[in-house]
Design a protein around this ligand. Structure first.
Ligand SMILES: [Zn+2]
Length: 239
């Protein structure tokens, strides 16, 4: 019971919601061009991976892209399975007021929210991140309250206007809240955007240590190799 309890309460922890935020922002604003085509299945897989959607389970084997924590060296780890810590979900019965699958319109609203949330990850200074979050909090959220979804989940704070509110509002409010707590706790920007021009995924900052430029070791290595190749091709002009 002990471990189930800790899994139960970890499900809505700040760290889990922050990881879910990064994964959803990446799923909703993916692709080099960050264009408007969204892989709906990938979005739903992330939601399912974080226990936010029980769904019909037909694509149970879809790997929630980016559902692993950024500290797993993840980025867009297409081949890797989700780690254990996003409580692996749907099986744990507790889906209460089962939300309906996000419609195309919901996904479009979630994308709008994800674009706004990307701006928080783009902030390079903590003051910028705070200003950005303040704009989101002022414009889009309701009063802070606690909910247990009628006993179906651990008590956790909500900022959206209704427990069963639209997906887009839920994404923006829950994500803004988690990122706000990270800024409060760490006094540094909550994350960043991968410096690799072919990636541009958002990632969460580590609690301490130097500022990262890349979402993952994979991106850092690829860019280092590319820079090395460029240098060999074009030796610096001799004078
Ligand atoms: Zn990357």
């Amino acid at each position: 019971m002990e471990s189930r309890n800790s899994e139960w309460s970890a499900r809505h922890s700040v760290a889990t919601v922050a990881r879910r935020t990064a994964a959803l922002v990446n799923a909703l604003t993916s692709g080099d061009s960050r264009d408007s085509t969204i892989d709906r299945a990938a979005v739903i897989a992330v939601l399912r991976g974080y226990g936010e959607y029980g769904g019909d389970g037909e694509d149970e084997n879809v790997v929630p892209e980016g559902a692993e924590g950024p500290e797993a060296g993840a980025g867009r780890g297409k081949a890797s399975l989700p780690r254990a810590d996003p409580p692996a979900t749907a099986a744990t019965s507790s889906a209460p007021s089962v939300p309906s699958a996000p419609s195309a319109e919901d996904i479009a609203q979630m994308r709008t929210a994800a674009v706004q949330l990307r701006a928080v990850f783009a902030a390079e200074q903590v003051d910028q991140a705070a200003e950005c979050l303040n704009r989101l909090l002022a414009g889009t959220t309701g009063p802070l309250r606690l909910t247990s979804h009628r006993g179906a989940s651990p008590w956790h704070p909500h900022l959206d206007r209704d427990d069963d509110g639209p997906w887009g509002e839920w994404l923006l409010a829950s994500s803004a809240l988690a990122l706000t707590v990270l800024v409060w706790d760490r006094q540094r920007p909550p994350g960043g955007i991968c410096a690799s021009p072919t990636c541009r995924d958002v990632f969460l900052a580590q609690g301490s240590g130097p500022v990262r430029r890349y979402c993952s070791r994979r991106c850092a290595t690829r860019e280092r190799v590319a820079a090395h190749r460029r240098m060999k091709k074009e030796p610096p002009p001799s004078r």
